[in-house]
Design a protein around this ligand. Structure first.
Ligand SMILES: C[S@@+](CC[C@H](N)C(=O)[O-])C[C@H]1O[C@@H](n2cnc3c(N)ncnc32)[C@H](O)[C@@H]1O
Length: 251
């Protein structure tokens, strides 16, 4: 497994431009991330809730999770709290986001291993009972996305589950516009639009983030091609959705 002291310089020289942009974007916004995302991103907590609800484990179960793009560790914290015998291996590209996660999750001790790494390139070591991720996989460069699903299948134990919440491209340009309007209306209803923090969010958000959303159907297809069973979109709200699949017991 690549540790944080991984060969960042050699990795960076061959990075996809999206990856460079993503790291810069999140390194810059790490200080404000929690304030901005928790308050200003529609259905942020709900996305986490929908991911955790799909984990097929009892509260007392002992299991091992791989989390992709954990950011400042908000989903990680909820997982560790809800399942007190779980352990998590988490990856993120941004050293600044990881620093916030490390501070926030200091009490997790040996239940948590954090690594700085590009999930589109890293070789994930070991095997896991679940792979989870929230709003991060759309940052994986488009040519690397299909292969990621195969690599995730390979690190899951038989009966292991993949639960990804992400931002998706709308099915049509007309729906994309409608989703934007509905998100804006939500922000207005919540009284967020005129606040200084919202203005800062919009200005940061208009800079390239390295994200490149895909149609939801593409994720489902790549999961099936990788060998996942029981593949479905288990929740969707505007452009946000959670997809789910299982590695079969016998393969
Ligand atoms: C919108 S944040 C989501 C963070 C967290 N999952 C949450 O729910 O708040 C996206 C995260 O994905 C990370 N990320 C983007 N591209 C990545 C990549 N190629 N490899 C690993 N992490 C990546 C970013 O650094 C950022 O922390």
């Amino acid at each position: 497994m690549r540790e944080e002291a991984m060969s960042t310089e050699s990795t960076k020289s061959t990075e996809h431009p999206n990856t460079v942009l993503s790291r810069q974007h999140f390194d810059l916004m790490a200080d404000q991330y929690d304030e901005l995302f928790i308050t200003h991103m529609h259905a942020y907590d709900l996305t986490h809730e929908m991911i955790l609800n799909m984990l097929p484990f009892s509260p007392q179960a002992t299991f091992r999770v791989l989390e992709l793009g954990l950011g400042t560790g908000n989903l990680t914290q909820k997982l560790l709290d809800r399942f007190p015998h779980s352990t998590v291996v988490g990856y993120d590209l941004s050293g600044e986001m990881l620093a916030r996660a490390r501070a926030k999750l200091a009490d997790a001790g040996a239940r948590l291993q954090l690594h700085q790494g590009d999930i589109s390139q890293v070789t994930f070591d070991g095997s896991f009972d679940a792979v989870i991720s929230a709003i991060a996989v759309h940052h994986v460069p488009p040519p690397d996305k299909p292969g990621l699903f195969q690599r995730l299948y390979d690190v899951l134990r038989p009966s292991g589950v993949l639960v990804l919440g992400d931002a998706f491209q709308a099915a049509t340009p007309a729906l994309s516009e409608r989703y934007r309007d509905l998100s804006k209306a939500w922000l207005e209803r919540e009284g967020i639009v005129e606040t200084p923090v919202y203005t800062a969010y919009r200005s940061r958000n208009s800079q390239p983030s390295g994200g490149s959303s895909t149609h939801l159907q593409a994720y489902l297809q790549w999961m099936e091609e990788a060998g996942f069973h029981n593949v479905d979109c288990v929740w969707k709200y505007l452009s946000r959705a959670v997809v789910y699949g299982e590695r079969p017991q016998s393969q």
